[in-house]
Each structure stands twice: as C-alpha cells, then as structure tokens.
Write a protein that binds this ligand. Structure first.
Ligand SMILES: [Zn+2]
Ligand SMILES: [Zn+2]
Ligand SMILES: [Zn+2]
Length: 197
C-alpha cells in the first residue's frame, strides 16, 4: 500500500495511519473526499508557513524566544476560565486574558489581567476540546504575536497565512492516483461525497 496524497496540499499520508488514529473518523472521511487534511487544516492554511504568515526561523535564522522560531504558539485555557497559557512545565507562561472564544473565530482579543492592553491575536486552528484531570481545556494554535513584526512575511502566501495552492495548483491527479493504489477500500464510496465526480 502506498501513501494517499492530500488533494489540497500534497501531504502524503499512510492510509492505515490516517484511518487508525492520525485523523478522526470525520477528518478521514473529508480527506478521502479530497477536502484536504490536518496539515493544511482542510485547505484553509498556507502549508509553507503552517498558517502563521511568517517565515519560520529555520529559513532565515531570526529567532524568537517565545515560539522558538516556529511563528506560532499553542495556547490553552480552561473552558470556564479566562487565562490563556502557552509553553510546558516548568516554563509555562501567560499570553493574556480573554473570556469567551467563539468556535471557528479567526481572531481572539487578549488583554492584561486588569483589562488594559487589548490586542488582537490571529487564530490559525481550533482543536477539539480536551478533557483532563483539571477540567475541560480549549486549545488554539495562534500566530506568535512576539515576532510578528520582526519576522519576514511568508513569500508563498504573502503573509496572509491563508491556503495557497502550489504553482501547479491542487494535487488532483496525484490524489486520485494515490487513492487507487493507497487503499483497499472502495474510493468511490468517499468520492461520492466530494465535488470531484
Ligand atoms: Zn492537506
Ligand atoms: Zn515568535
Ligand atoms: Zn505562508
């Protein structure tokens, strides 16, 4: 069995891995319909910069102590709390305070504990709610606000972070070919739900 190639971004996925754990069942169904994959957030983020809109430090050596040059932060808050934190123990830091986050919103407004210094932070990705011993946790991937101005814009998406197909366009032929080779399921069962047929 060979890999199945994402129609939107060309990311190769092992068909067993994708079906058994790397994607949720809903994600797998969308992937098989040609709707994209988690790497391109289903055709919504630039795969060159992972949706940050900035060139990662690996490309230009401009470091950032907060995101370590990745240009994004994974932030989390308790579902009924307002403190957003990032990093890992013992280096956990507070990004800011924000009460409600609307599912699928593209920005989040952070402020300091006393309500001052309001600023917009761009949300790249919403993760599903995680249940932990400390309660239910919301997790977001956001563009790192600390190196936003110093890091050069991604040349691929011109700094927007939005999905931008490769110059050759989407990977439709590779996707269809890989579907035929990459799975023992009937690809037509999924394709019927997409817009290719
Ligand atoms: Zn993809
Ligand atoms: Zn940064
Ligand atoms: Zn980009």
């Amino acid at each position: 069995m060979s890999d199945i190639v994402c129609r939107k971004c060309g990311e190769p996925w092992n068909s067993y891995g994708a079906r058994d754990g790397e994607m949720t069942f809903t994600e797998y169904k969308r992937f098989m319909c040609g709707d994209g994959c988690p790497a391109c957030n289903f055709g919504t983020i630039c795969t060159q910069c992972r949706g940050t809109g900035r060139e990662p430090a690996a490309f230009n050596g401009i470091e950032c102590p907060e995101c370590l040059g990745g240009r994004y932060l994974i932030i989390r808050a308790n579902i009924d709390g307002d403190v957003w934190r990032y990093g890992y123990s013992p280096g956990i830091r507070i990004l800011g305070y924000c009460r409600a986050v609307v599912k699928s919103s593209k920005t989040i407004t952070m402020q300091d504990a006393d309500g001052s210094n309001r600023r917009e932070i761009r949300v790249i990705r919403h993760y599903s709610i995680k249940r932990t011993r400390d309660g239910s946790i919301i997790e977001l991937m956001v563009a790192c606000p600390y190196c936003r101005d110093s890091a050069p814009p991604c040349q691929w998406c011109k700094g927007t972070g939005e999905y931008h197909p490769h110059q050759e366009g989407e990977h439709i032929d590779e996707f269809l070919d890989s579907l035929m080779d990459g799975t023992d399921e009937d690809p037509l069962a999924y394709l019927g739900g997409g817009d290719l047929l």
